[in-house]
Structures are given as C-alpha cells and as structure tokens.
Design a protein around this ligand. Structure first.
Ligand code: UDP
Length: 474
C-alpha cells in the first residue's frame, strides 16, 4: 500500500540565507508529515553558512549537503554580483550531473524534487528520473508574474499589472551573466508540476488568480497548480518548531545585551534597521543614514556589517574597528543610550517581535517583509534590487503599508530624507494608521497557516499530489 511507503522528497536550493531559510522550513513541514527529506544546496559557499542554517526537527538534523567538490569554497568578502556568479559557477549540465549522481545514491529513491527558483536545471534531473519537480518560489507572486512576463510570452503583457518598465533594467545590467541567468531560470518555471509561492493567498489573491487563468492548461505549460504556502519563516507554526529553532543558534545569546536594552525602551518606540544579507551600504550612504538616524531623534537598532555577503560569524575586532571608523566622527558617543549597532548576524525575528520595536527600515527583501508582517511591524521601504523594488511598490502603492525613502539624482538617500521617512512612520498619527493596517495583515498571515487556513490547505494538496504520484511508481 502506498500509505505504508515512505515518501522521499529532495529539496535543492542555493546557499543564500533568503533561500535557505524558507527551504529549511519547507523541510520541517514535510518531516512533520512523516516524509523523508534530503536537502542539497548548490554549495559554492563558506561552510560557516551551511552550519549556521542547520536546524533540527526532533531528532532529525536538517543539513543542506553541498553539491561542490573539494576545494570549491569561495573566499569571503564578495558582493552580490560575484555571489550570483558562484551560484552559476558551473554550467547547468555539470550541476545537473552532480545532482543526478547524488539522487542515484538515495534510498528509497526520491519521489519528487522541490527546487528553488534559481535552480532551473533541476527540471532536467526530474525529467531524467521521471519524477515531478515542484518550484519553491521564495519571492512574492508579484515578482513571479514579473519574471514570467519579462522572460517568456506565456502571460500577455496586456493583462499584467503595470509596473515601471525599467525596473529590471535599472537593477540588472541587461548584458550581464546574472541577467541571462535569471531569465534562463524564469523560462523553466512553468515546466514544474506546481509552483509553491512563499506568500499568502489573501495578500496577493488578484495576481495569483490572474496567473492561474493565464497559465494553467496553456500549451507549453506543464503547471497543474499555483499554490501559496507562506509565510515560510522561522517562527512558522510554533507547533512544528517544537525545539524553538529561532533561539538554538549562538547568535541569540551573543545579542543578550541588545535585548536587555530593548527591554528598557518604550512600547513601539524603536526603529530596527537592516538591509538583509546581500545588499551593501557604501560609506557615503552609511554617513547619510547615520546622520538621518541621529536627526530623527528616534531610538534605533541598526544592523551594520561590512560589505560581505552572508557574514554570519562574529567578525574580527580589526574589521569591526575599521567598519566603525567609517561612520561620522563622534557618532557612537552622540547616540549612546538612544541607538545601538549590531555588527554581527542579528536574530532578526526575535528583534522584530520585541514589544519595543515599532518599525522596520528595510531593503524589502521578501523574507524580511514576511517577518515584518508576521510581527505586525510597519516598514520604511528602502529597496535596492529588482524584487525589492517590486515589493516596495506593492507595499507602498498597493496595500499602503510602508513609507518610502526617495533617492536623489546620485542614487543617495540623504540624511534629511532618512529623518523625514522615520518620523512619518514612527509618528503617533501616521504611524499608528499604518500600524493598525499592519495588524490586519498580520492576522491574515497567521490565519493562513492555522487550521483550515489557505497555506495549510495548500500544503495538504501538495502532499496528496505526492502520495498519488507514489502510487503510480512500479
Ligand atoms: N537575517 C537575519 N539576521 C541578519 C540578516 C538577515 O536573521 O543579520 C535573515 C532575515 O531575517 C531574513 C533573511 O536573513 O530571513 C534575509 O532574507 P531577505 O529575503 O529579507 O533578504 P536577502 O538577504 O535575501 O536580500
């Protein structure tokens, strides 16, 4: 009987926190439903990153095994472009061969592949093994539609919502290999059996329906379903993360002093400032931001790290000193008592859920946005790359849950603008208007993964699909 067979699911992702975190939450869910799960990452990265994202589900450790060979570590200190270069370090065929080799060694043989949006070549592996591939899309439906319409002719541009046409071009050099890589992956989205989007039906219902109508059943589209299954964030479904996965990392104890400080602050008074793991703030921008934070008069907690991607380990004292040297003279003294810097990996979700945090100045990475929604904290939107720009447009224009900062002609956000946006967000009147909306959105996010909620039901649909596939196997 198929019911007695163990469903073996393979998850494959890329070694960036914004992709590893949702993938590991997905793994936990499948484990909680009694499946066997094997996780891989494309693996051209530091081992420290892998260790940082190891989590446990009961006795089972969720480890993303790298598909790299010996000596394929990348040196630290790389920027976004180089980082994406590593992901596509090997050609698609070579990566597919490595994954296939790994799959041949698994028992029982895998029943399906759940793969990240940046691992399009895994479709070839799924085809070769005659198993379905499910795409785990780690950005909002908004960005999914944008990527599909920019890369294929599957959705008529006439029906797609209008966005500034130059968003993509302004953020990704059209002649770059990254541009090619993104399009190449997007062209394979609709070959998947299902697209699982890390979003909530009620947040993006119109766009999701539009895509369903435009895509499903069309020639060249294998897609059976488009299912929002989010928010897949670390605190997702407390009942599942019984070991409190957020706090098992060393990061939390090393930030104890920060939490003691937060405890002394008034409710909803502190602004949390962070730009995720890939965006870097250059020195002149850091100066403007520092001055703006000072001028705003608002208590703040600023995650300020060197321009290295995935910097998850505590940094050397010398690196930290030179980082602080880059800030305005006397800044640290002047903000004493009112502002704090975090120069290491921050326990972001714990911080966002602290009662004294009242707002989040964010680059609008999708995971950060979901975490803010989850915690009910309104946003100052400071987007820096394509999907972030789309998310900012959605937050500011469509659902009006964020205040936006404007860049000057040189692309710099000036200190007065920083202070203006902060005051607008944290101000009792305007801020509380947005805040009460945020509470409504927060409730939607929580409802989605609760009993009978849309995301929970969709995960069940996925599992039923997997079980029915298993019955067809010899
Ligand atoms: N994050 C964190 N501590 C940090 C920086 C980032 O916990 O110091 C987490 C953050 O909570 C989020 C993820 O890393 O879950 C970043 O993903 P996001 O999509 O927001 O941005 P990206 O880094 O991919 O641009």
């Amino acid at each position: 009987e198929a019911e007695d067979l163990v469903l073996h699911v393979v998850i494959i992702t890329v070694p960036c926190p914004g992709h590893l975190i949702p993938a590991s939450q997905m793994a936990k869910h499948l484990l909680s439903l009694g499946m066997k799960v094997s996780c891989f990452n494309t693996g051209i990265n530091y081992p420290s990153v892998e260790r940082h994202f190891e989590e446990k589900f009961g006795e089972v450790k969720i480890v993303f095994r790298p598909l790299r060979k010996e000596n394929e570590f990348v040196p630290p200190g790389k920027r976004l472009e180089e980082h994406l270069d590593w992901i596509q370090h090997l050609n698609d065929e070579a990566m597919a061969e490595r994954l296939a080799e790994a799959l041949r060694n698994l028992t029982p043989p895998p029943a399906c592949i759940i793969s990240d949006m940046l691992v399009g070549w895994s479709q070839d592996v799924a085809n070769a093994f005659h198993i379905p591939r499910f795409l785990l899309y780690t950005m909002p439906a908004n960005a999914l539609l944008y990527m599909i319409t920019s890369s294929t002719s599957l959705v008529s541009p006439a029906v797609a919502p209008k966005r500034p046409p130059d968003i993509w071009k302004s953020m990704v050099d059209p002649t770059s290999s990254i541009n090619d890589y993104l399009h190449r992956n997007a062209r394979r989205f609709c070959e998947a059996a299902m697209i699982l989007v890390n979003t909530v039906e009620d947040l993006e219902a119109g766009l999701l329906d539009l895509m369903r109508t435009e895509l499903i059943g069309k020639p060249n589209v294998k897609l059976e379903k488009l299912l929002p299954i989010g928010p897949l964030i670390r605190s997702y479904g407390g009942e599942i993360c019984s070991d409190n996965s957020v706090s098992h990392n060393q990061e939390d104890t090393s930030c104890a002093e920060i939490f003691r400080w937060l405890d002394t602050q008034e409710d909803s008074s502190v602004l949390y400032v962070s730009f995720g793991t890939l965006v870097t703030v250059n020195e002149s921008q850091a100066h403007e931001l520092a001055h703006g934070l000072e001028q705003s008069g608002t208590p703040f907690l600023w995650v300020y790290r060197p321009p290295e991607v995935c910097q998850v380990l505590p940094m050397d004292a010398s690196v930290q000193d030179s980082l602080l040297d880059g800030l305005p003279t006397g800044f640290m003294e002047r903000i004493e008592g009112r502002g704090r810097l975090i120069t290491q990996w921050a326990p972001q979700q714990l911080i966002l859920s602290h009662r004294s945090v009242g707002g989040f100045m964010s680059h609008c990475g999708w995971n950060s946005t979901l975490e803010a929604l989850w915690a009910g904290k309104p946003i100052v939107a400071w987007p820096c790359a394509i999907d972030q720009e789309l998310t900012a447009r959605y937050l500011v224009d469509d659902i009006k849950l964020a205040v936006e900062v404007h860049k000057n002609d040189d692309g710099l956000v000036e200190s007065a603008e920083v202070a203006r946006a902060i005051s607008l967000l944290m101000d009792e009147n305007t801020g509380s208007g947005i805040r009460s909306w945020f509470v409504k959105m927060q409730q939607l996010a929580h409802k989605a993964i609760g009993e009978g909620g849309s995301s929970k039901t969709n995960l069940k649909t996925l599992v039923d699909r997997l079980k029915s596939h298993l019955k067809t196997l010899p």
